[in-house]
Design a protein around this ligand. Sequence first.
Ligand SMILES: Nc1ncnc2c1ncn2[C@@H]1O[C@H](COP(=O)(O)OP(=O)(O)O)[C@@H](O)[C@H]1O
Ligand SMILES: [Mg+2]
Length: 471
Amino acid sequence: MFFEKLKMLEIEKNSKFSERVLILSIPAAVVFIVLSLLKLLSPFSAVLSYIAIIFFNMIFLSSISFELQRLKRYINDLTIGKYDQSVSLSEQEAKDIADAVNSMHRFFTDKTDALEAKSMADMAVLDTLPDPIMMLDRSGNILGANLATRKLFGPKITEQNIEKILNVPSFIQAVSNVLKNKSESENLTFFMPEPLSKKLFAHINKLPAFSHARAFASVSLFDLTKTITMEKMQSDFVANASHELRTPLSVISGFIDTLQTTAKDDEAARDQFLNIMAQQAAFMSDLIEDLLSLSKIEMQQNDLPKEKTDVSKIIDEVVSALTLKAQDKNMRIEVQKQPHLPKIIADSGQIKQLLQNLTDNAIKYGLSNSAVKIDIKTVQSIPPSKSMNVADSKAVFISVNNKGPKISPTDLARLTERFFRLQEHKNQGIKGTGLGLAIAKRIIMRHRGNLTVSSTTLNGTTFSVYLPVKL
Ligand SMILES: Nc1ncnc2c1ncn2[C@@H]1O[C@H](COP(=O)(O)OP(=O)(O)O)[C@@H](O)[C@H]1O
Ligand SMILES: [Mg+2]
């Protein structure tokens, strides 16, 4: 047993076992030398006694050293994650130390587990945020970044310096002000050059002292591009609407002027001018009507319709209202209905407006002496759309087709833009507000349906509407 222990101790090169045995034996050696010098002990007995002392010291020290070695190995194992609680120690003190180490280990493992769980939960929360957030150390290295940041700048940004990721001088200056304690926080708006081409708002904040591990500052970014585009769209819309209203208004003012002056006594001119003025006033009234309609539908965008609506009945009403207009161009409206169409959940007033806009366009822009064809049937699903959130439901499908020249793909993609009208129709002097299809698209969006348009030389132009049976 004793020799086994010694053997084990030999493995440990740094155990200093022999040094300790020798040092412990020095006082005995001195005593034996003095005794033999005083002739109280023969040199032979002195050497023998000294060897015996060394031997006893070895036995005594071996058990302590052995326990210490075991303890050392056990703690080393713990540090590299090998956790084995069944360390067998015989000395009470060594056992006490092992117990203390064990409870310390347990305490830190529990704490680390809790911290890990907390930081994972924090990260999951940060990942759900739509805007990028980063954590920086004192030198500007990125310690952590949420999902929105990784989506914007790529997945491998941690431990990289912020200067590498976002090298815009005004932004870097603001970050440096916070990192060098020149200010507690900085806010700025800046433009990210290509390939990102984004206008961003940055909020850089020094973290409170208690949260400092390595993290020193946080950077949050807000993408302003969308807001700016929306604002631009809104101001363009106001500009367009004002322009569209000003044109007929200036025509009317012009004629009023003429009627008050040069054409004051010209009866024939007065009738003609009043006629034009009435047309312009009617156009202004249509435009205002469409603008109000559009704004009302936009306001209702998140308010789901609830009425049970019979599309087939609405089609009949639309057709009878527009038959005269079609006959003026010697056109026929041919309706093909699948029997037993399901009713849909919808806003019947808006569905009527939508189908009226499409049929009216087909008559207005279709070839004279041709047919407008309307088909209605049930389909099992609605095709997905890039710009619309479509319902996952069976749907009623309505297509409105008219003959006419092919519309180019570029123009086709712009048809539902507010105020967009094909140049050829403007040139032909066909009147229109350019809002009918924008209104149609928004009605379909509110109903979580879809709208597709196709145009070929052979078949003319077809608008296809999908309206979900259930929202
Ligand atoms: N069925 C169609 N065939 C050909 N062009 C069409 C058709 N429907 C619409 N368009 C084109 O799309 C433009 C926008 O239509 P719309 O928004 O209804 O406005 P408006 O009819 O008042 O001009 C029209 O001016 C026309 O140039
Ligand atoms: Mg129209």
